[in-house]
Design a protein around this ligand. Sequence first.
Ligand SMILES: C[C@@H](O)[C@H](N)C(=O)O
Ligand SMILES: C[C@@H](O)[C@H](N)C(=O)O
Lengths: 159, 159
Amino acid sequence: KEFIIRGVAQDNNVVKIAVLGVPDKPGIAYKVFSALAADHIAVDMIVQSIRNSDKKINDIVFTIAKPDLDQVKEIMAKIGQEIGVIGLEFDEDVAKVSAVGAGMFGNPGIAAEMFGALGDAGINIEVISTSEISISCLVRKDQAKDAVTAIHNRFFKQR
Amino acid sequence: KEFIIRGVAQDNNVVKIAVLGVPDKPGIAYKVFSALAADHIAVDMIVQSIRNSDKKINDIVFTIAKPDLDQVKEIMAKIGQEIGVIGLEFDEDVAKVSAVGAGMFGNPGIAAEMFGALGDAGINIEVISTSEISISCLVRKDQAKDAVTAIHNRFFKQR
Ligand SMILES: C[C@@H](O)[C@H](N)C(=O)O
Ligand SMILES: C[C@@H](O)[C@H](N)C(=O)O
């Protein structure tokens, strides 16, 4: 098994923001992120999946750095009013763990191994986002260190 | 406005698979992707957000290449039985459009502009996934060409 991951990264300085039940129509994602851009708020992950039940609304999840939380709460309260949302969630108890490497593209074995490492360690994966060069998961903050160790051992130590 | 995107990519050869209502507990994502890896199915995007209603279940969305669809349907029917899912959705009518560049990391202005270009063109964003070097959206396949043009004009032509 030739693994192409270069390393495992961890970021404890993240806050997960969930904008729940936004209208699923053109221009809504723009309203959310242009409001953040206007106040120069750095955004890391942006994740939007499908909504199983009501197809007319959707949830947008994104992460910011902890120091920006108070400002983002104000921005989202205003935007929430403007676009109409079911709710807003702010979760500081998360951390991002990522497997990074070249050409992860398309190799489900990499994702499976990472998810398997977390599963075997009893760590629940809350959010997943992938790209050509990385796979990122949000987990509970108090499990981040175990998560990094589990992923690292799965890809590096035991081969 | 200094934009750092290098280009806009489009992929019409994708199928969006949604595994709806899986148990939200450790090891489940591993079961799904190890089954795909065992059959050498290339997976592109993997997106899992939060589930607004029932917190004990979640939806996992991923994309594959069209030629693998029949095989993936078989794999997912088996896995669906094994882990217990509410439903499976296979959608061939999607395309992926991505803005790629260096150091997109943290600049919400890039994401906002891309989402704004799609919004102004009346194109609904169905799925979003971001990384340090790219922002990807799934849109209706018949809007993919307009989506690429709208994003391209927003970042390149009019400055
Ligand atoms: C929910 C949000 O992404 C919406 N679909 C949009 O296109 O902006
Ligand atoms: C839903 C799935 O991602 C689950 N939470 C897991 O950890 O595997």
